[in-house]
Design a protein around this ligand. Structure first.
Ligand code: GLA
Length: 384
């Protein structure tokens, strides 16, 4: 990111010096649609981020400028209401959630810009919310810790973007560490970091370039299907089961014919995926990336066939890798219905491989494939 360009834009608009804050997007190696089921995920913060240049302006109005879009908007702190500018609702959401907690901010001026592809499933919205949370916490001495900021951002997403997301994206943006992935236990919120430095391997993201409109409605529907499954399990005598996290492979197998079949598939995917995350961490510690990659393929299979959140573009990109020796693992990442696949690839021959998959994607789907290698970086904070 060109920090200087953001500062210059701010100085040009507001004739003063800003402070700079950044919040990254995320990848998730494995553990998809498990976070809102109190399960496990294995994400990391990446070198794609949102950057805010910001300073108080001694009024009760915030002037905000989205540099990538060249659009301006205002936020009236005394009468917070939704804006016609979609991007601004994420900011308004954060301010409203803080106000609800009795944490008042005064007016500020800000310019923000980002390098996270929108709709790519890399959590640009969580980064937008966490970045503002971090900035306001610092500017107004709100006394929030990383967890508080993550939950504030999640609530803004629930209430202002209408997606009942889990906590993975916000925790990734806040708790990421350079060169490490982390296993987040979404029940206890315990974090365990694992170094992710694999000789000769890279993380390649392939962006389908599509976001199907089903994404948010189907997401919320999956949540309900999982909850419905939990109710059936509880009623059958497992009264201490609170979420799918408490359900073992053996127990879920008992319900194959005792549950609506769609609900059963959803639940059995989640229970299996939780187990895969635990297994994947062992493989990571043992440095067995071949085995790790196999788990990623199993994850995709489950997401596509049992959880049904994939789409033809994602499936094509994963299937394409199946007979390629230089790809260890591949799967759809994030909520689904578009966005990116995440791939563990050998560095050797990478350029030719990217050329080939791009050609194949264009021929099959008819639109260009965007690809990028990603590095793992630190979570959100002030930029010195
Ligand atoms: C989206 C949500 C996350 C998580 C993933 C699926 O990214 O924001 O909370 O549920 O989908 O794993």
């Amino acid at each position: 990111m060109d920090y200087q360009a953001i500062i210059s834009q701010f100085e040009k608009l507001y004739k003063k010096e800003p402070k700079l804050f950044r919040a990254p997007g995320r990848i998730n190696l494995i553990g998809e649609h498990t976070d809102y089921n109190n399960g496990f995920v294995l994400p990391a913060a990446i070198d794609r981020e949102i950057v805010y240049a910001i300073a108080p302006n001694q009024s009760d109005i915030c002037r905000v400028y989205a540099m990538d879009l060249g659009e301006e908007d205002e936020i009236y702190l005394n009468s917070l209401k939704e804006s016609e500018k979609r991007w601004n609702n994420y900011l308004i959401g954060v301010i409203a959630v803080l106000a609800d907690k009795g944490l008042k901010v005064s007016g500020f001026d800000c310019v923000f810009a980002g390098s996270i592809p929108i709709g790519g499933g890399l959590s640009s919205s969580a980064a937008l919310e966490c970045g503002l949370g971090v900035a306001l916490n610092e500017l107004y001495g709100l006394g929030l810790n990383k967890r508080d900021i993550a939950f504030t951002a999640q609530k803004a997403e629930h209430e202002f973007a209408g997606v009942k997301c889990g906590i993975m994206d916000q925790f990734s943006s806040m708790f990421g560490e350079l060169g490490k992935v982390f296993r987040l236990d979404c029940q206890t919120l315990d974090i365990q970091y694992f170094p992710f430095k694999q000789e000769g391997l890279k993380i390649l993201l392939c962006d389908t370039g599509v976001t199907h409109s089903l994404a948010s409605s189907e997401y919320n529907k999956r949540r309900h299907e999982c909850e419905a499954g939990v109710e059936v399990i509880k009623k059958a005598g497992y009264s201490d089961v609170k979420t799918l996290r408490d359900v073992s492979l053996e127990v879920i197998a008992e319900f194959e014919s005792k549950m609506d079949s769609v609900v059963y598939y959803r639940c059995s995917y989640v229970v299996e995926e939780n187990n895969r995350v635990l297994e994947a961490c062992k493989m990571l510690e043992a440095g067995d990336m071949e085995a790790f990659g196999k788990l990623m393929y199993q994850s995709h299979e489950g997401l596509s066939k049992k959880y049904e959140v994939s789409c033809k573009e994602l499936d094509f990109l994963v299937e394409y890798t199946l007979d390629k020796d230089n790809i260890l693992g591949s799967r759809m990442m994030g909520g689904g219905f578009g966005g990116c696949t995440i791939n563990i690839v050998k560095e050797e021959g990478l350029d030719e491989y990217v050329e080939k998959i791009s050609e194949a994607y264009k021929a099959e789907i008819g639109i260009p494939l965007k690809t990028f290698i990603t590095d793992i970086v630190d979570g959100a904070g002030i930029v010195d």
